[in-house]
Design a protein. Structure first.
Length: 152
């Protein structure tokens, strides 16, 4: 589909060049990351098992988002990684150039914005069929279906 045809609303009429807020990609020790006291997400055991299975199979394939708070590199996205990985493990993080209010906005909206996406049932089923099934993957898919996150 043509990118311009997908845009809707007021933004479709604007040619906005967004500010890039990723300051740097930095490798840090997991134990040096500061959990965000305002984090509202929880991570059930099913998610933890699926995360650990993915780490074992693929490794680190995404970088937590952090900001330079007065207390240190505070997590905006990636709390589960910080909780599950060894404190001495070194991982990449995206250091964002944001202030406290912008950090709070990102913390509040990052996951809900992603949850607005819808799944194409046929495309998802075709993709899942190509994977080597594991009990953790099957459990994760079942939980997502139960929560109506996968096949809405």
């Amino acid at each position: 589909m043509d990118r311009q045809k997908r845009k809707t609303g007021e933004d479709a009429a604007k040619n906005v060049t967004p500010r890039v807020r990723i300051k740097e990609l930095r490798t840090v020790r997991v134990g040096d990351l500061v959990p965000n006291p305002e984090n509202w997400r929880t991570h059930p055991d099913e998610q933890r098992r699926a995360f650990n299975a993915a780490i074992e199979r693929v490794g680190i394939a995404d970088a937590p988002k952090v900001w330079e708070s007065p207390d240190g590199l505070m997590i905006l996205d990636g709390h589960l990684r910080a909780e599950e990985l060894d404190d001495d493990a070194e991982i990449p993080v995206q250091v964002l150039d944001v202030d406290e209010d912008e950090a709070r906005f990102l913390l509040a909206t990052y996951d809900p914005m992603a949850m607005l996406a819808q799944a194409d049932k046929e495309a998802t089923a075709a993709l899942l069929e190509q994977l080597d099934a594991s009990s953790d993957l099957e459990a994760l898919v079942a939980e997502m279906e139960k929560a109506a996150l996968l096949f809405e």
